[in-house]
Design a protein around this ligand. Structure first.
Ligand SMILES: Nc1ncnc2c1ncn2[C@@H]1O[C@H](COP(=O)(O)OP(=O)(O)OP(=O)(O)O)[C@@H](O)[C@H]1O
Ligand SMILES: [Mg+2]
Length: 237
């Protein structure tokens, strides 16, 4: 079933029009990857979906129209974003960042503590550094914290903006494995923006290619990599 349905999404910054009408969907339990060159509008798409910038068009999530919803109510409805370039509170400890990620929840602090423990099991590096200031974590550790913190809101859909940015290949693989595991074990749907096309294609159910604010191609990873021009332009082989 369709979880996220986007039609004619337009957004920009003041007079600058970036998105020219995006149509896309994410099914329940899917990992969907969005690829595109620098400046194509990938981050803008995720920000428009999270409601942090003004947008027009239709966005439906789990059957509800969230086109005009506030960022808070979008998170509450089950959509969490991991922003490009970390997205943690650098002055707060790892533990406090995790608690901050639970802000939209209304359940008990015991349930929140249980979840923090669960994500520390998934990311043991964070558990070892739970009292450390987030700003003093390594880049990869900060990226793990950004993801773990987003998961604290108990999302059904995770919007993930270039989690591999600046990370060593092995750490990137580790992160992607975690996303894949959460997808398989918890049914977490993911909309993943990536420059690391080859790696991302491996975990993708479907792929969209974005070019200057428009979707120019979509399909399964196999379909897109069978197309010579797409392979050369986006996959570099
Ligand atoms: N806050 C802003 N104010 C004005 N223009 C912006 C702002 N943020 C982004 N832009 C412009 O919008 C366009 C799309 O940017 P966006 O960040 O969505 O690209 P992207 O596809 O995520 O690129 P990258 O791969 O480099 O992260 C770019 O031309 C950029 O300069
Ligand atoms: Mg970006």
């Amino acid at each position: 079933m369709t979880l996220l349905q986007v039609r004619g999404l337009k957004a920009g910054y003041g007079p600058l029009k970036v998105l020219e009408g995006i149509d896309l969907e994410v099914g329940e339990g899917e990992i969907v990857v969005m690829l595109g060159a620098n400046g194509a509008g990938k981050t803008t798409t995720l920000r428009a979906l999270s409601g942090v910038i003004p947008r027009t068009g239709t966005v439906e999530f789990a059957g509800a129209d969230i086109s005009k919803a506030s960022p808070e109510s979008i998170v509450r409805s089950g959509v969490a974003q991991v922003p490009q370039g970390r997205g943690t509170f650098p002055e707060l400890s790892v533990d406090d960042n995790m608690h901050a990620g639970a802000y939209p929840r209304r359940d008990s602090s015991a349930a929140i503590k249980t979840d923090i423990g669960k994500w520390y099991d998934v990311f043991p590096r964070l558990a070892d550094r739970r009292h450390q200031r987030a700003g003093s974590l390594s880049g990869g550790e900060q990226q793990m914290l950004a993801i773990a913190r987003a998961l604290m809101s108990r999302p059904t859909l995770l919007l993930c903006d270039e989690p591999s940015l600046g990370l060593a290949p092995l750490i990137t693989q580790e992160l992607f494995k975690v996303l894949e595991r959460l997808n398989k074990e918890e049914g977490l749907a993911v909309l993943l923006v990536e420059q690391n096309a080859n790696l991302a294609m491996h975990i993708a159910s479907r792929v969209y290619l974005l070019e200057t604010g428009r979707i120019v191609a979509s399909g399964s990873a196999a379909e897109l990599s069978a197309d010579d021009s797409i392979r050369k332009a986006y996959l570099g082989f």
